[in-house]
Design a binder for this molecule. Structure first.
Ligand code: G3P
Length: 219
């Protein structure tokens, strides 16, 4: 499974990248706005840190305007992925870009049928928002199951990129279902490796070792 980080904060991206297991980055207009920094400057810095796929979202809502924004975003870097909503306009733009070989991440997906349309349009990634579904008392992870089944039924290669992740269980269940990618907020990234028994066990190992007076290094 690939791990992307869901942020436009370059400090967070640097920290996740330093772990050596970061495969890509997803941004959206809200995340870029949250940085308070100029759009082009932030994206350029992200592209310098991460050589994997970096999703950058358009803000236009009509196909032609989406394509014009996509054209400009594409020039920002070779590893840019164009993020488009799964609206009718977004789908038309997805088909045009995919036919040209431009990778597209279809975002704001809340139904398996949207995911099916997206795959048919040739999107490289579909981003179902599990946390926002949970927020309105729908089971977000059931959507991931449904999309996995549909894609496997027909051999669609669109990657399932689980988004709107709120806690480690979303990541665990995504891996169990066989989602291709999880885009993880920094706060959740940090929690994936934590276990109290690891900390307690390490403390005991070190205290027992200290009794020996030995050193692992010979000099
Ligand atoms: O980047 C899209 C998605 O991950 C947003 O998550 O937490 O705003 O629902 P959230």
């Amino acid at each position: 499974m690939k791990f992307f980080i869901d942020t436009a904060d370059v400090q967070e991206i640097r920290a996740a990248h330093a772990l050596g297991i970061l495969d890509g980055v997803t941004t959206n207009p809200s995340l870029v706005a949250k940085t308070g920094r100029p759009f082009r400057e932030v994206i350029a810095e992200i592209l310098e840190i991460c050589k994997g796929p970096v999703s950058v979202e358009v803000v236009a809502t009509e196909t032609e305007a989406m394509l014009a924004e996509a054209q400009e975003i594409s020039t920002m870097g070779e590893n840019v992925v164009i993020k488009l909503p799964v609206t009718a306009d977004g789908l038309r733009a997805t088909k045009t870009l995919s036919d040209r070989g431009v990778p597209v991440n279809n975002t704001l997906c809340f139904s398996a049928l949207q995911a099916l349309m997206s795959a048919k349009a040739g999107a490289a990634y579909i981003s179902p928002f599990v946390g926002r579904l949970d927020d309105v008392a729908h089971n977000g992870m059931e959507l991931i199951h449904d999309i996995r089944t549909i894609y496997d039924n027909y051999g669609y290669t669109t990657e399932i990129l689980v988004a709107s992740i709120r806690h480690p269980m979303h990541v665990l269940e995504s891996a169990q279902i066989g989602a291709d990618v999880c885009t993880i907020p920094f706060g959740v990234f940090d929690k994936l490796i934590k276990h109290p028994l690891t900390d307690l066990g390490l403390e005991a190992f070190l205290s027992d070792w200290a009794q020996t007076g030995e050193s692992v290094l010979s000099s």
